[in-house]
Design a protein around this ligand. Structure first.
Ligand SMILES: Cc1ncc(COP(=O)(O)O)c(C=O)c1O
Length: 391
């Protein structure tokens, strides 16, 4: 009988992470639905485009794995030039580290003894692990735990960008925490600042987004200056995402970008608008849910086999990639009902069609495997190793 901690460790160690090679390649039409498919050509274009853009602008990429939850994809991002990854939860970090990705920043605070212990356990095997901290008492707890294990844990101070989600208030409160870490926490190493202005990522209209983001990040820059004037070097300023990828360079503040969604994209991001374009099309949707038409309950309706259990549904509805003139209505857990207002093509029972995801991160979390597709064929499956790892 395992203890809870042993069970968690075993389940992470045994979670599938390697590609599952198929004995025979399968045509996309033969894939059982609903299935999460990746268009590999578009995926690779997104990968290269972000890396090239950031390299040309002297910003590192620390891609966020909360979105894809897949060590195979994280390795591809690192091979393409990313310096490391982010994890939103301790268990995502455990999955990444177990599968050979060591440069990991945990971007959300943890405060309870059992999670602090898990972070320290990761740090024992991995000097490149980094943790965010936004509270003096929690810094003390991490310091004690790190000392007990004989390690130096690298920490970034998480700044609240005014979003009110996580982070310490900018200015003097952040500096007080910084001084405390430097002066009183000899088992913590101050690595820099994190500031993720998530409330800016989906502001519609590029100029609108840039204006608001620049204003908010200006306050982050003031806090960085405050640290430096107090004699605390800030070697790393980490944050930003897909929605601000081409705003950061103009600010000159971010040393590393935490972008996640760029690799898959989704409808929510497409709608925010790009620089000089109505839609945000710098990156192309490469992730789709393949669905099958399974019923024609009425003349102008056709039902597909994908509902709330197949698409995360926080705001928008899914859309077909290749069919226009239809409206998607949620039909419950397993069903989506397609209203055929003026369909651009006929949909028959048994047809399999790719749909764009409204929001990629929580949709990915609903699936066990990706089906990567090239030239209409699937040769292997990629396990979504950290799916469900919200702890
Ligand atoms: C802390 C943090 N950094 C980066 C990101 C990545 O953002 P995006 O998927 O918009 O690129 C997120 C996403 O929620 C996040 O929470």
């Amino acid at each position: 009988m395992p203890s809870l901690q042993e069970f968690i460790k075993d389940s992470i160690n045994s979670a599938p992470a390697e590609p599952v090679k198929l004995s025979d390649a399968v045509a996309i039409e033969e894939v059982p639905t609903p299935a999460l498919i990746i268009d590999l050509d578009l995926f690779e274009r997104n990968l290269d485009k972000m890396q090239t853009y950031l390299r040309n602008n002297s910003i590192d990429l620390r891609c966020h794995t909360k979105m894809h939850k897949c060590p195979i994809i994280a390795h591809k991002q690192i091979d393409a030039g990313a310096i490391g990854v982010c994890a939103a939860t301790v268990s995502e970090a455990e999955v990444m580290q177990t599968n050979g990705i060591t440069n990991v920043l945990i971007t959300s605070p943890v405060v309870t003894p059992e999670k602090i212990d898990r972070v320290i356990t990761l740090g024992v095997d991995n000097p490149d692990l980094q943790m965010v901290i936004d509270d003096i008492e929690i810094a003390n707890l991490f310091n004690k735990a790190a000392k007990r294990s004989g390690i130096q844990l690298s920490v970034l101070i998480d700044l609240d960008p005014g979003m009110g989600r996580t982070g310490i208030e900018m200015g003097d409160p952040a500096l007080t925490l910084g001084n405390h870490i430097v002066d009183n926490c000899d088992s913590l190493r101050f690595g820099g600042l994190q500031m993720y202005a998530g409330h800016c990522m989906h502001i519609e209209g590029f100029e609108n987004r840039r204006g608001k983001y620049n204003h908010i990040m200006g306050k982050g820059a003031e806090t960085k200056t405050l640290f430096e004037e107090s004699g605390i070097e800030v070697p790393v300023f980490s944050g930003g995402g897909t929605g601000t990828f081409n705003i950061e360079a103009g600010l000159g503040l971010m040393t590393e970008l935490q972008a996640g969604s760029y690799i898959f994209m989704d409808i929510e991001y497409r709608e925010i608008g790009g620089e000089g374009s109505e839609r945000f099309e710098d990156f192309e949707p490469s992730l789709f849910v393949l669905v099958t038409a399974i019923s024609k309950p009425q003349q102008r309706l056709i039902t597909v086999d994908a509902g709330f259990k197949s698409f995360a549904s926080d705001k928008m509805a899914p859309e077909f990639r290749d069919v226009e003139g239809v409206i998607f209505h949620w039909g419950g857990d397993e069903h989506g009902i397609i209203q055929l207002t003026n369909p651009s093509r006929e949909i028959n029972l048994g047809d399999k069609l790719p749909m764009l995801t409204p929001h990629c991160d929580p949709t990915v979390n609903l699936y066990d495997y990706y089906y990567p597709v090239r030239d209409g064929m699937v040769e292997e499956l990629w396990p979504i190793t950290a799916r469900g790892r919200s702890q």
